[in-house]
Design a protein around this ligand. Structure first.
Ligand code: NAP
Length: 502
């Protein structure tokens, strides 16, 4: 099935075009014209979402679960067309798009299952104690309730799993919140076909039309109007530190500040402990190169930094990584802008004091080749720029002179999505001393693995202290992510028949 985008916004069930358009910038295939979003369209979408909230927030868990399952089914029905336009727009390979679609429908079905079970409601009940002295206790019941319309920003690097019907949308719809998506300019056609799937599910399940809208971008004030709209109650975002911070600040400055759940950037440090490096440095080096170059390094969990102790074993690790990276051919990046930012970031890294290039590359436009750099821990500790994310397949090895310096490096990192320990049993004492530091830095701590590949399940945490995320108590992956869009309400002495029907 081939799909030619209409180039329209989906506002509460109606496809709306405009005179002013922007052209998509596909990596291959034809470019298409898309209607530019406006603050007025944002207002229409949010007003409709607020109107839909009145009924959608009162739907049963079973009804919302059926809706989520149906969205997944409708996405599956459009599988080939989604992969075709997705690969054209992003340059990501077909296998990746197919895998990401499976993850997206898996997330939707996982949330359906999760709300059917009902544990997200966090029900608590304190029975009345009418005879208690000196005062009787009323009956108290706590239940999590949906917060209202939620804004979701499509992410450039996950056109499906973190975009139109991605994790943020699935969590919000599962919670009972209508969603207004601001599409990402990197994949507007993919956004449109997924919006079609959601609309088909709305019709099939007889949900209110305003429960979902897609406003395409093309103008900066679209996202700004969305987060500032007084009826929006929370925002889900994945993207750059600069963009996320600007939108976070707008949320905080509103007359009614709202939570901004932003996932902004991470270098995902790996600590290579000495016994592990001695016994399998080559294997870890090759594994790192594979993780670093997966998806052209455009993953939030890309392990951009490896911390080692100086010595021959670490040299073996570095050489194995260098050789494996050197064999990696050019990969298409998501957008021209992201490719240009990668080339600039790599060139800046090469210029920093004490940084030595082990593998340098010349990238063609919109393409990435790997870079590998090394720096002493002393120079790294002196230069905060070396702890910043370069989005793409770029690795930096920090060489510490001793364990104390490795611990100093661990202390210096800002918040991270992940931190990894490569360790053997002889490394246990050092791992034990690093763990309390890493627990305060990262949302997920791994032993002997690589952080790319985020399992969508009950126990996953995809978040962390700032700037990994703007809300360290939250995760944007896994069933716990529904809590971002719920609010505890206590019902005191309310008659049973007035309590929400779940
Ligand atoms: P981005 O520039 O932060 O944009 C993400 C979304 O936010 C877009 O819809 C963008 O709208 C909007 N936006 C950004 N700044 C805004 C502002 N000041 N006001 C209103 N809206 C704003 O991220 P990106 O386009 O995905 O990629 C750019 C860079 O982000 C990459 O080079 C990479 O460094 C980083 N990135 C990091 C991750 C991660 O997980 N760590 C993921 C993706 C990207 P417009 O389209 O109108 O600009």
């Amino acid at each position: 099935m081939s799909f030619v985008p209409s180039g329209k916004h989906l506002i509460a069930g109606a496809w709306i075009g405009s005179q002013t358009t922007f052209l998509s910038e596909p990596a291959h295939g034809p470019a298409h014209a898309f209607a530019v979003g406006t603050p007025d369209l944002v207002d229409q979408a949010v007003q409709a979402a607020e109107a839909a909230f009145a009924t959608y927030s009162q739907t049963t868990q079973a009804a919302r679960a059926e809706f989520l399952d149906r969205i997944a089914d409708e996405i599956d029905l459009r599988a080939t067309a989604i992969t075709t336009i997705g690969t054209q727009e992003t340059g990501l390979p077909e296998a990746r798009l197919n895998g990401e679609r499976g993850r997206t429908t898996g997330q939707l079905r996982l949330f359906a299952q999760h709300i059917r079970q009902g544990s997200h409601l966090d029900l608590r009940h304190d029975a009345a104690l009418p005879d208690r002295l000196p005062l009787p206790r009323p009956e108290l019941r706590l239940m999590q309730r949906p917060i209202g319309p939620v804004a979701v920003f499509g992410a450039s690097n996950f056109p499906l799993a973190f975009s139109t019907a991605g994790g943020d949308t699935a969590a919000a719809l599962a919670a009972g919140c209508p969603v207004v998506v601001k599409g990402h300019g990197a994949h507007p056609g993919t956004a449109e076909i997924v919006a079609q799937a959601i609309l088909a599910a709305i019709h099939h399940c007889d949900m209110p039309a305003g429960v979902f809208s897609l406003v395409q971008g093309g103008r900066r004030d679209v996202g700004q109007a969305l987060v500032q709209h007084p009826l929006i109650k929370a925002v889900g975002f994945t993207g750059s530190l600069a963009g996320g911070r600007a939108l976070f600040d707008l949320c905080a400055q509103r007359p009614e500040p709202i939570p901004f759940f932003g996932e902004l950037g991470s270098v995902n440090p790996m600590f290579l402990l000495p016994a592990a490096v001695a016994s399998r440095g080559t294997e870890i080096g090759r594994g790192w190169a594979a993780s670093l170059t997966m998806g052209a390094g455009q993953f939030c969990t890309n392990p951009g930094i490896a911390v080692v102790l100086a010595g021959a074993d670490s040299d073996t690790f570095v050489e194995a990584a260098r050789l494996a990276l050197a064999e990696t051919g050019p990969q298409v990046m998501l957008t021209d802008g992201i490719a240009a930012a990668y080339a600039t970031g790599a060139a800046e890294m090469a210029r920093q004091n004490g940084v030595q290039a082990l593998l340098q590359s010349i990238c063609a436009p919109r393409q990435a080749l790997p870079f590998l750099f090394t720096v002493s821990a002393a120079d790294w500790l002196d230069n905060p720029r070396l702890a910043e994310e370069v989005f793409g397949p770029l690795g930096l090895v920090i060489v510490a002179t001793d364990i104390a310096q490795m611990e100093q490096v661990a202390h210096r990192f800002q918040g991270q999505l992940t931190a990894t320990l490569h360790m053997d049993s002889a490394d246990m004492p050092l791992a034990r001393s690093l763990l309390p530091v890493l627990e305060r830095k990262a949302g997920r701590i791994l032993a002997n693995g690589f952080p790319t590949g985020v399992e969508v399940c009950d126990s996953m945490v995809h978040g962390g202290p700032y700037p990994a995320s703007t809300n360290f108590g939250a995760t944007s992956v896994g069933t716990l992510s529904i809590r971002r869009f719920l609010r505890p309400v206590c019902y005191q002495n309310l008659p049973e028949e007035l309590l929400p029907q779940v």
